[in-house]
Design a protein around this ligand. Structure first.
Ligand code: NAP
Length: 296
């Protein structure tokens, strides 16, 4: 097999971000200043990097951005009262609470407390229900980024065998639903799946969202398959790697995403997209949106 086409998430995300910037400019012309608030609790180093990247990308796209920092010692009540204040603040259109939260804080309660119209991570039960039922909610960013990346490389999911490794609420489950919405035939695998390698070999599109470095070997991949590697794992030498053995897999796959530079940048781009959509909807300006043609 010749080496796989590399699906460049960074370049594709840059294209999405340009379109979002144009939408933000349109909203500003209409008198709306779309605003994102990122809530960061504690000092987790990875979360700090993610929040800094989101903040920078949002500013570059023209959003108003605020990072609300709370100490790791913040109580559940204090965090809830901040979220309620952001829900009530009409100048705030998107709220992102960076997960995971420090020990002792109940993330599920916080997610449920968010105003679903401002839940730009797409995790509130109302947004999950919209995804399950085909409604008009906000979609979780990483799975939406996977579908967007395929769309922008003219890869249709209809009729394809999609195998998703991982069943989290953040990635695996919503991705399975998005693929189903696109008329794919979907298999979802997890830690109790038997004959994982064999199941993977059936995939036209294999998505790894597990959090195990290089779990997916080249001989799990059907020659020519599309491989989306969502995993972000830090190795002992400090380098990042995905859930797929990239060097070997790229000799077998038809197309593959790198780590870093794959779904990470796409996730941020979709967060910005969601924030623009949330702002437009809250202001009644969605009809003329430059984004989300198929979602209206
Ligand atoms: P998670 O909540 O820990 O879920 C991991 C899933 O993988 C679970 O469903 C688990 O099965 C399954 N699993 C674990 N070991 C397995 C094995 N040996 N074989 C098959 N399945 C196995 O993780 P997550 O939040 O979905 O994240 C997954 C990965 O994606 C992580 O590396 C994370 O850092 C990365 N991520 C990246 C982005 C991005 O922007 N690119 C965004 C989010 C997450 P059970 O359900 O049976 O336990």
């Amino acid at each position: 097999m010749s080496p796989a086409r590399i699906l460049d998430g960074k370049a594709t995300a840059a294209a999405v971000r340009l379109e979002v910037a144009a939408e933000v400019a349109r909203l500003r012309t209409a008198g709306l200043a779309p605003k994102l608030v990122v809530v960061l609790v504690g000092e987790d180093p990875a979360s700090q990097v993610y929040v800094r990247n989101k903040d920078k990308a949002a500013q570059e796209a023209g959003f108003e951005v605020r990072t609300l920092r709370l100490p790791a010692s913040a109580t559940q009540a204090a965090l809830e009262s901040e979220v309620k204040a952001l829900n009530a603040d009409a100048s705030v259109h998107g709220i992102l609470v960076q997960l995971p939260l420090p020990k002792g804080l109940d993330a599920d309660r916080i997610v449920r407390l968010l105003d679903p119209r401002k839940d730009v991570d797409g995790l509130h039960p109302e947004n999950v229900a919209a995804l399950v039922m085909g409604g008009n909610g906000l979609r979780p960013c990483t799975p939406a980024g996977c579908v967007e990346l395929l769309d922008r490389h003219d890869f249709a999911l209809e009729g394809r065998q999609v195998v998703v490794l991982g069943r989290s609420m953040l990635v695996g489950k919503p991705l399975a639903l998005l693929a189903l919405e696109r008329n794919a035939t979907v298999t979802v695998c997890h830690s109790r799946t038997r004959d994982l390698a064999e199941v993977c070999r059936n995939a036209d599109v294999l998505v790894a969202a597990v959090g195990r470095p290089r779990l997916v070997r080249a001989d799990w991949i059907r020659p020519g398959a599309v491989v989306l590697d969502v995993g972000i794992n830090r190795l002992p030498d400090g380098k990042l790697c995905g859930d797929v053995d990239f060097a070997a897999a790229s000799q077998v796959a038809g197309a593959i995403t790198p780590v870093p530079g794959g779904l990470g940048p796409m996730t941020i781009a979709m967060l910005l997209s969601n924030t623009a959509l949330a702002a437009a909807r809250q202001a009644g300006l969605e009809k003329d949106s430059l984004l989300f043609r198929e979602r209206r």
